[in-house]
Design a protein around this ligand. Structure first.
Ligand code: ZN
Ligand code: ZN
Length: 270
């Protein structure tokens, strides 16, 4: 991008709404990556995908970095009630419950187990009044069904790595959900996704990297990290035709609202 963009980012507090820096992909150089990320970003959310990764996130986080804990649909196996009993305290300690949901793509777990874990964890989130971070892959109507059965939810709901078109986006917005977009909005073939991004009002938008996954186009095929959320912001600013400083301010405020932590967001430059 132009120098103009770099100037604007000085007034920009970048936040990454979804990352897995506790993942083994960072075992070799985690400290280095964390330093780099903490220098460049105002904050980022640590997201668990099973009990071990959730506990690890709680250990590694700094106070202004929210943590979501939960069991991903790909890990939805085992004696649910025993596991939940043993780990109930981590749901209490966390800032959010996630990532939880349904995934029909290449899953080793059964739809029944996925559904059971999803529902129970939504109930835990509602019980402790925690925001919910949803993972959903090719299961949009099923996820919407489950969530609507708990209506009204009274907690913020984030559809992470949103990967549908404008129709689904509008349906999610009708339910007041937040839509979080990743680096795949930078891929040449993602026109449908960019059309969805266009219809999402700024006050219901989040951006994320889903590191180590979903690297933006410039590092495609490599390990992602939260510093590359900048490329996601750049593309979103272009698609939505909003100035970078405005995008930064609104997304930071959304992040604060959703995860319930206090941060000093950058102001719009006059
Ligand atoms: Zn996910
Ligand atoms: Zn994830």
């Amino acid at each position: 991008m132009s120098n103009d963009f770099l100037d604007k980012t000085k007034h920009c507090s970048l936040v990454d709404a979804h990352a897995h820096l506790q993942d083994p992909a960072y075992d070799e150089d985690r400290q280095e990556i964390l330093e780099k990320v903490r220098q460049k970003l105002l904050s980022f959310t640590w997201v668990g995908y099973d009990m071990e990764s959730s506990q690890k996130a709680l250990q590694l986080r700094q106070p202004k970095e929210p943590v979501a804990v939960g069991v991903h649909p790909h890990n939805a196996v085992g004696p649910l009630e025993d596991v939940l009993k043993e780990f109930e305290s981590i749901y209490q300690e966390a800032d959010a419950v996630g990532e939880i949901g349904l995934d029909t793509v290449r899953s080793q777990t059964t739809p029944e187990d996925q559904l059971m874990w999803f529902r129970r964890q939504v109930e835990i989130a509602l019980y402790y009044r925690k925001p919910i971070v949803i993972h959903e892959r090719e299961a949009f109507p099923y996820v919407m069904d489950v969530l609507s059965s708990y209506h009204p939810l009274h907690v913020p709901v984030v559809l992470h790595c949103f990967s549908h078109g404008p129709g689904e986006a509008l349906e999610a917005l009708k339910n007041d959900f937040f839509l979080s977009f990743t680096g795949n909005i930078t891929y040449p073939k993602s026109d449908e996704l960019r059309s969805a991004l266009k219809v999402v009002p700024l006050d219901h938008l989040l951006l994320e990297t889903d590191s180590p996954y979903l690297p933006p186009q410039i590092i495609r095929g490599k390990r992602n990290d939260p510093t590359y959320v900048q490329q996601v912001y750049e593309k979103a600013a272009e698609v939505k035709d909003v100035p970078m400083d405005q995008l930064c301010q609104v997304l930071c405020k959304n992040f604060v609202y959703v995860f319930g932590i206090s941060l000093t967001c950058s102001e719009v430059v006059e």
